[in-house]
Every structure is written in C-alpha cells, then in structure tokens.
Design a protein around this ligand. Structure first.
Ligand code: NAD
Length: 475
C-alpha cells in the first residue's frame, strides 16, 4: 500500500481525487502519492494566505521570530524520520540527507535572528525621515528537486519573519518530505500563514500568474526563471530568482595536489553533482594537470555509487528520469566527439534506478556540450590552462554567474583571482559553503535578487519612507 500524503491549506491537511505518483530514483518504485492541485485548490490556498496576512503582518517581529524558531525546532526534533524519507524520494545518501535536514533547521534558526530595523534618513530641525520595512503580502514559493527541504525552508523562514504569508509548491519529483513537514508544522503557525500544495509543473504558471500573489521566490532552472519573470511582469510582482550555474573552479600551479584532489572531487560530486553551485568545470594549470587529474581519477575509483539508503553509498542515483536522460545525452555527445574519459562513461541500462557511474573527462574542448552546458549530474570535465588570464577568461565565458572557486597556496593571490570572476559567490580554498548571513544570488543569467542574510530578508519587504515636517505643525 503506497502512502498518500496531504497538502496544507488554511491549517487543514487536504487531499484531491486525482493523485500524482512519486518514485524512488534508486529503484524506480512508487513510494508515495500526493495531491494533484489545480486552480481551485490554488485559489483556496491564496485566499487563506490573503485572509491570514493582516493579523500575521501586524504581529511583532519577535512573535513571528518565535514561530520561525518553532519550525526550526520541529525539523530538528523529527530529523530522523525526515532524512530517511528524503533519501527515499531524492536519492541522496543518508548522511547527506541528514545534512540537508539539520542544515534546514539551522538555516531557519539563523535567519530567525535577523531584524528589520527602521533606518533614519534625516533627523534635522526641519524634518524626521525614516524608512520602515513593510511585508509585500502573499508570497508564492516554487522549489526544485535537488535540495527540496532546504529550499522550502529557506523561503518559508524569511517570508514569515518579514510578515508575509506563503503558498509554497514543491517539485512534483520530491514533494514527500516537505508534505510530512507541513503536517508537523500545521499548528505551529496560525492557519493560512503557511500553505503547501503539490501539483504538476503546470501548477507553477498558475502561481506566477495569480492576481492575489504579490511576490514569487523561485529556485530552479534559468529556462523556467525566464518564464516566471515574464509571467510576473503582468502585474509587476516582485521576484527573487535563484537559477542555474556552470560554476568554474580554477586550480593555480602552487596548489598542493594531495590536499586538493579529494576536495575537488566532492566539490563536483556531492549530491551526484546536482547542486546549483557544484564545480561543473575544473580548470587546472598545465604544470600540475597530469598529476592532479590522475589523483582525482584514482580517488573516484574508491567512491561507491548506489542506493542512498545503503550503508557505504557515497553518491546516489540521479534524481529523476528526465535529468538522467539529459546526463546520458551529454555523455553520449562526448563519446560521439571522441573526447577522452579518465573514469566512467558507461552506465548499465539493465539495473533499475537512475544510476550513472562517476564520470570524469580529460581536457575536452571549451565548446564541448559537457563544458558549455550545466550538466547537473555526476559528470565532470577537467581542463588544462596555461596562464591565469586565460583561466579567468574561460571561467567567465558563460551566460551563467552563480559561483566559482580558486585553489592556491597563496590566499592573497586567490582573492585577486576571485575578484575577477563574474559570479555572485567565489570561494578561495573551499567549496559549497553558504552562510545564512551572507547574500546568495547569481550574476548574469543565474538569478535575480538574493536569498539569505539581511539582503535576502529585505526582498520580502517594500521600503516605506515616513517623513514628518517638524516645523510645520498646523496647531
Ligand atoms: P525546474 O525549473 O524544471 O523546476 C523548478 C520548479 O519550477 C519545480 O517546482 C517545477 O514544478 C516548477 N516549474 C516548472 N515549470 C514552471 C513554470 N513554467 N512556471 C513556474 N514554475 C514552474 O528546475 P529543476 O529541474 O527542478 O531544478 C534544477 C535546476 O535548478 C538547475 O538548473 C539548478 O542549477 C537550479 N537550481 C538553482 C539553485 C540556486 O539557488 N541558484 C538551487 C538549486 C537548483
């Protein structure tokens, strides 16, 4: 018997006649069913969020903070159940699923400490001018399948703290853990403040186009982000878009090969490469290219790919069939063009599950599809460069601008190179670290606006300037 999950609308767990199947990518078995919502359910959820908004937005920030902290605590208390379910639907190994759940709890907890203080613009004898922050209203949150819980929570927490109410849609590929969380937090926030509903991709444009939603916060592909921007333009909805990336790492000739090989590997292959900020192109200086590429390839041979629920698995399957087919297509393209593989490249089509072996390419050309496109899977190209200027130019030669990294024995040199990369985040000698207090957002076609930190919180607000003329009181 497949478990049926419900949606959270106006404080109630509800279902629909039509349900969608959710598949475990490790074995392709259906592990749950979720409501298939359309316009009627969306209207109900938006009406509930709208009705809850006046009272919620008038609460003090400390009252709202307490609710965000209660959500953070609920996630932590139930982390054991939640991470197992996350592995079953998303595919990531247990340890990484646990990391996502605990990370989501910590993210909400950290974001709850932020404040929305007024700012004084002028305090003279003539006037007092002050900027206050008012919540934009009802937020539509749309979430992808690679970090479904983290992405949901990082939208719910700042929305609630700012005084907004939210209608959130998980990806149809990974809705289960989010719906279980919905059930757990049902009574934590007042009815209507958090609504979570599931449906096919077609539910997304209905959210973007809904006249009673004031803002969209979206994480997903650049292609969908463009559609959202277009849809939101009709009534000038506020938007935050966290989109794709083709993130480059640059390894300078002074980097210690032994120290960086393993870290470079995980900067690419954590979550089977399905991370917006994963290293997707690695540029290695020619002086250390042979040694470092051999060390990464050697390390890769000892990494176990398999079902994330099994002990010892370090890399799980690709999350869904559509993405699996896309990664296979890119690998086939590399084969057709005669590019050299250091490791992997051949999957077994007879094994159930969307498994792709760790695959590493040896110096494919810059215009290879596997280099030029965001692969979002366990396939990484290593490329050779001669000069720093060349590496920077090649790293920046992309429509994307999400993240990048520089590896070097000289941190000052690392910063000098980092400052020349056209991305929203650049790491020197580390990878994948995101702080809840630092703005995270993409340059170029990787996004619009930012999440996290004060900057991320302000995106859920309008500035309102109140000016009082002190010397003109008509008394
Ligand atoms: P996607 O764009 O296909 O889907 C994301 C969400 O949008 C899903 O909930 C989907 O149902 C919904 N959706 C689909 N069509 C829509 C439409 N026309 N209007 C509104 N919503 C619609 O992305 P995905 O395949 O789920 O995720 C992978 C992509 O997400 C990658 O490109 C990755 O880089 C990106 N991503 C970015 C970040 C970031 O923070 N920048 C984080 C994670 C993933």
């Amino acid at each position: 018997m497949v478990t049926q999950y419900k949606n959270l609308i106006n404080g109630q767990m509800i279902s629909t006649d039509e349900m969608l199947d959710v598949v475990n990518p490790a074995n392709e078995e259906v592990i749950g069913q979720v409501p298939s919502c359309g316009e009627a359910e969306l209207n109900e959820a938006v009406a509930a969020a709208r009705a809850a908004f006046p009272a919620w937005s008038k609460k003090s920030i400390d009252e709202r903070r307490a609710v965000v902290q209660a959500i953070s605590a609920t996630i932590k208390e139930n982390s054991d159940e939640l991470f197992r379910l996350l592995t079953a639907e998303q595919g990531k190994p247990h340890a990484q699923a646990q990391g996502e759940i605990i990370g989501a709890s910590m993210m909400a907890g950290a974001q709850s400490t932020l404040d929305l203080d007024d700012e004084i613009n002028e305090d003279s004898e003539e006037r007092l001018s002050r900027t206050r922050r008012v919540p934009v209203g009802v937020v539509g949150g749309i979430v992808p399948w690679n970090f479904p819980v983290m992405m949901a929570v990082q939208k719910i927490a700042p929305a609630l703290l700012s005084g907004c109410t939210i209608v959130l849609k998980p990806s149809p590929f990974t809705p289960l853990t989010t719906l279980r969380l919905a059930e757990l937090i049902k009574d934590v926030a007042p009815a209507g403040v958090v609504n979570i509903l599931t449906g096919e991709d077609s539910l997304g444009p209905l959210i973007t186009g809904h006249p009673d939603i004031d803002k969209i916060t979206f994480t997903g592909s650049t292609a969908t982000g463009k559609k959202i921007m277009e849809g939101a333009s009709k009534d000038l909805k506020r938007i935050t878009l966290e989109l794709g990336g083709n993130d480059a790492s640059i390894v300078l000739p002074d980097a210690n090969v032994e120290k960086v090989a393993e870290q470079l590997f995980w900067s690419s292959f954590t979550n089977a490469g399905q991370i917006c900020v994963a290293a997707k192109r690695i540029y290695i200086h020619e002086d250390i290219y042979d040694e470092l590429s051999a060390a990464i390839a050697e390390y890769a041979k000892h990494v176990k790919v398999g079902d994330g629920a099994q002990q010892g698995t370090a890399v799980g399957p690709i999350q869904n069939k559509k993405q699996y087919d896309r990664v296979l297509e890119l690998v086939q393209d590399a084969k057709d063009n005669g590019y050299k593989f250091l490791v992997g490249g051949d999957h077994d089509p007879d094994v159930p599950g969307y498994y792709m072996p760790i695959t590493i390419l040896d110096n494919p050309p810059e215009d290879a599809r596997i280099v030029a496109e965001e692969q979002f899977g366990p396939v990484m190209p290593l490329m050779k460069f001669s000069t720093e200027e060349e590496a920077i130019q090649r790293a920046n030669d992309s429509e994307y601008g999400l993240a990048g990294a520089v590896w070097t024995a000289d941190p000052d040199k690392g910063v000098e190179v980092a400052e020349q990369l056209e991305t929203g985040t650049v790491w020197v000698n580390e990878f994948l670290h995101l702080s809840p207090f630092a703005p995270f957002g993409g340059h170029k076609q990787s996004g619009f606006g930012a999440e996290y930190g004060k900057e991320g919180l302000l995106e859920f607000t309008y500035p309102q300037v109140i000016t009082v003329k002190k010397d003109n009181v008509p008394a």
